[in-house]
Design a protein around this ligand. Structure first.
Ligand SMILES: [Zn+2]
Length: 462
């Protein structure tokens, strides 16, 4: 049945329009947008905005959030140097125990949380492929199936990005035992991609892409091979890679390839808007210029990058040059769209000693500008027709909660400015994915069961 949604106020492009009916086709895509109310429409009185794509997720890491916010001291009372790398060691210990049904329970819980927060699609950068010890499951795609089932159950759009992870470091360094569950050779990886493409390509809320883990974890030949393979299957398939999160990683890349990681990638591959460079944190000026020109998307994960002490992405300069960016919740220390956007802006304020930094002359409201841009660029990064309320786009919609006192008396762009900066989290009332209501008055049908299942997993893992 075709759905009609009538909105009293809706964000279309950068303009708030009133008295609008969206007509959807049977798959939940917007067929027409017309002024006025069409009979039979579902009436939405609160402001409607596009749902936010989450460009970067490692679902299993949600179970680890909150367990590593402490510092070790040695026998002399000296603090240990705590960093990304020590966090990673603890994360590996958790991963060692995780079974397929555990991953399903964590991902279901997480995807319900995401929908409640206003994320309507997610790119899952999936590297937990094998059994503990590294042996493959009877079905080598077992863990991918669990992620896909979780997304379908929760009702979130999924871009699935199986990760190719072959080495522990530059120069084809052999992986450690702790990395056994992540590791593929190229042939085995391409068979996984082929199997997933065959099984799921007809699902309208699903997109398959690839994720070479990082320049340190795959060789240049592997990268060439998997990029040309996926491009032969789908010219719009997203390609995501961790690129320059850590200074050590940049230095290692310079030693091995003689250039910085983003520079190397730009010189060796034809980047476009379906490439997403996750944590392009440490950029030289020329890398920043060339990356913005390439139209590849910088995948920024502000709360995770702050939590891990990674560094600050040069957002002001990058956006001023026309660069594209998306936001991701990555390690899931926070599932909070407003937090990601607020932190992006506040980091720039703290550096520049100014207010309202990330804006344009056409859209001076920071909250609305950043939200709309992250949604639109994020859709390109995950290669789904979402991120805007427009004809041909999927009806992934968030309805703001006007009962929230912080939205009182707001109009137009003030809705998103207040939602981002003054509401702690996005005040979400209802959420639609492909025109289907998945969050109703702040609640998801599965949430109580998902919470219980998640807690059981934590009992077994931690
Ligand atoms: Zn990541």
């Amino acid at each position: 049945m075709n759905t009609k949604l009538y909105a009293e106020n809706v964000l279309i492009g950068s303009q708030w329009k009133s008295d609008i009916t969206l007509s959807l086709d049977a798959s939940g895509y917007i067929e027409s947008i017309v002024k006025g109310k069409i009979s039979g429409s579902t009436i939405i009185k609160e402001p409607v905005i596009p749902g936010m794509p989450n460009c970067h997720s490692h679902a299993f890491q949600r179970a680890f959030a909150g367990y590593s916010e402490y510092r070790n001291f040695d026998a002399h009372g000296q603090p240990a140097k705590d960093s990304f790398w020590s966090w990673r060691d603890i994360m590996y210990r958790l991963v060692a125990k995780m079974a397929p049904q555990d991953l399903n329970a964590i991902a279901t819980f997480l995807y319900v949380e995401m929908l409640k927060a206003g994320y309507t699609s997610v790119a899952e950068f999936h590297y937990l492929h094998h059994q503990a010890g590294g042996g493959t499951y009877n079905d080598p795609a077992e863990m991918s199936h669990q992620i896909i089932l979780a997304a379908q159950g929760a009702g979130i759009g999924l871009t699935h990005l199986p990760v190719l992870y072959s080495y522990a470091g530059f120069g084809e360094l052999a992986p450690s035992a702790a990395q056994g569950r992540f590791i593929h050779g190229t042939e085995q990886y391409l068979r996984l991609i082929e199997a997933l493409h065959k099984e799921y390509h007809a699902d309208a809320n699903f997109k398959l892409g690839i994720a070479p883990h990082s320049l340190r974890a795959v060789s240049d030949n592997q990268l060439d091979e998997i990029v040309s393979n996926i491009r032969s299957i789908d010219s719009r398939a997203p390609i995501h890679i961790h690129i320059a999160e850590q200074i050590q990683e940049v230095e290692d890349c310079k030693s091995f390839y003689g250039s910085r990681p983003v520079e190397w990638l730009l010189n060796n591959h034809d980047l476009d808007q379906h490439w997403c460079l996750i944590h392009a944190t440490h950029l030289s000026k020329s890398e920043q210029n060339n990356l913005s020109m390439s139209q590849a998307v910088a995948g920024i994960c502000p709360t995770t990058e702050a939590n891990l002490g990674d560094g600050i992405f040069p957002t002001q300069a990058f956006l001023a040059e026309g660069g594209n960016f998306a936001i991701g919740s990555d390690s899931h220390i926070a599932i909070n769209v407003a937090d990601e956007i607020r932190l992006l802006e506040y980091a720039q304020r703290l550096i520049t000693h100014q207010r309202s930094v990330l804006t344009t002359i056409g859209m001076p409201s920071v909250g609305q500008y950043l939200y709309a841009k992250a949604a639109k660029d994020g859709a390109a990064a995950i290669s789904q027709d979402v991120g805007e309320i427009a004809v041909g786009k999927r009806a992934d919609l968030v309805v703001l909660d006007l009962e929230n006192p912080s939205l009182y008396n707001k109009v137009g762009s003030q809705y998103l400015d207040a939602a981002i900066f003054a509401c702690n989290q996005l005040p979400v009332k209802d959420v639609y994915v492909a025109g289907k209501k998945v969050i109703d008055n702040g609640r998801h049908l599965l949430e109580l069961q998902a919470n219980e299942n998640y807690k059981k997993v934590l009992d077994g893992l931690v």
